[in-house]
Design a protein around this ligand. Structure first.
Ligand code: ATP
Ligand code: MG
Length: 333
């Protein structure tokens, strides 16, 4: 069976609908017929300032949300990145294979460092796509289910795999991104040309899975639209309405054309009200389930240890080959 690997950062208390519709929904679906590894990327989370207590809590919250969403730890390995030391080890090797100019072309660094400025951002934030390449290549997956914002990083990953293979010996498989066309990029409700992000400056445009459903409903009702009153899918001219239609379609399966018809002549209020209801119906059982899982933290820790064990075994085998092939003198057995 083909293997898949993907990760999510514990950079907020809650995942949001961009994470869910762009990536996590695929994680759940792809468990069937794939050997799946799902990583909570805590090492990526420290590329920006963070509070240790909060990070630990968010790591457990992330695990609970993944399981509540339908990731089955009996089938898929759910693990915490820092519990598998090979990630840091391979990242260093790949750092030494990456050209500075190549790293500088990664656009996400420009976005993420914009607030504090390039000079103040951490070198870890700058090289995070290289750590991400290591995260992926260690497992030699066939596919990496992600949102559109990760496409450039997947290209870097493939370039580095290719470079290592040709400089030393064929070691890595070139992974393909697995990106859902319709929901590859979900936009911020208040700023519908920007990606919905955990680390956005304001929570007003982010529909969080663990928000109080009343808050989510309110955020949807106050989503930015436009001054027309026509429900029509047109990303260029009507980014706000189109984003709402994308989310509506993804959650209900109702085709966009059908939604356009259903709301013809009714204005945005009805569309927002109905979508709010759909979202509330979705998050209500999810929140309950997440809360139940958080009641037994020892069990969550066990699931994660088991995941780290499975992931660590695969990653250690890859690392052994990598160290040997680059010429590190192995220790006498
Ligand atoms: P951060 O702001 O901390 O980077 P994030 O919201 O971008 O958080 P990540 O943990 O970086 O979330 O990404 C987890 C997964 O969710 C990735 O596969 C990413 O491509 C996907 N993703 C994130 N935001 C969106 C979005 N708005 N639309 C579709 N997919 C998304
Ligand atoms: Mg991100």
């Amino acid at each position: 069976v083909p293997r898949i690997l993907s990760g999510i950062q514990p950079t907020a208390d809650s995942f949001h609908f961009g994470n869910y519709l762009g990536a996590l929904r695929q994680w759940v679906d792809l468990q069937d017929g794939h050997d799946a590894f799902y990583m909570i990327a805590d090492m990526h989370a420290i590329t920006v300032a963070q509070d240790p207590k909060v990070l630990r809590e968010r790591t457990l919250l992330s695990a609970a949300q993944l399981i509540a969403m339908g990731i089955d730890p009996a089938r898929s390995a759910i693990f915490v990145q820092s519990q598998v030391p090979a990630h840091a080890q391979l990242a260093w090797v790949l750092n030494c294979l990456t050209a500075f100019g190549e790293a500088r072309r990664m656009t996400q660094f420009k976005d993420k460092s914009a607030k504090e400025g390039e000079g103040a951002a951490s070198v870890g934030l700058f090289t995070y796509p290289i750590l991400q390449a290591a995260d992926i290549l260690l497992y030699r997956p066939a596919y990496v289910p992600v949102g559109e914002d990760q496409r450039q990083h997947l290209e870097l990953t493939r370039d580095l795999a290719q470079r290592f293979n040709s400089r030393y010996k064929k070691t890595f498989k070139l992974p393909e991104p697995h990106i859902l066309k319709e929901t590859a990029k979900i936009f911020d409700l208040q700023n519908p040309t920007a990606k919905m992000s955990k680390s956005a400056p304001s929570p007003a445009g982010i529909i969080e899975l663990l928000d109080d459903p009343k808050v989510s409903a309110k955020k949807i009702r106050s989503a930015v639209t436009d001054s027309e009153a026509e429900v029509r899918f047109d990303v260029e001219a009507k980014p706000g309405v189109s984003n709402l239609l994308t989310i509506y379609n993804a959650l209900t399966g109702r085709p966009i054309a059908e939604l356009e018809q259903a709301y013809a002549g009714r204005g945005y209020g009805d569309l927002k009200g109905d979508l709010a209801e759909v979202v509330v119906d979705f998050v209500t059982p999810f929140r309950t389930r997440t809360r139940q899982l958080l009641d037994d933290r020892a069990e969550l820790q066990r699931v994660l240890s088991d995941g780290a064990e499975r992931a660590g075994a695969v990653a250690a085998r890859t690392m052994e080959q990598v160290y040997d092939r680059i010429g590190f003198l192995g220790r006498d057995a």
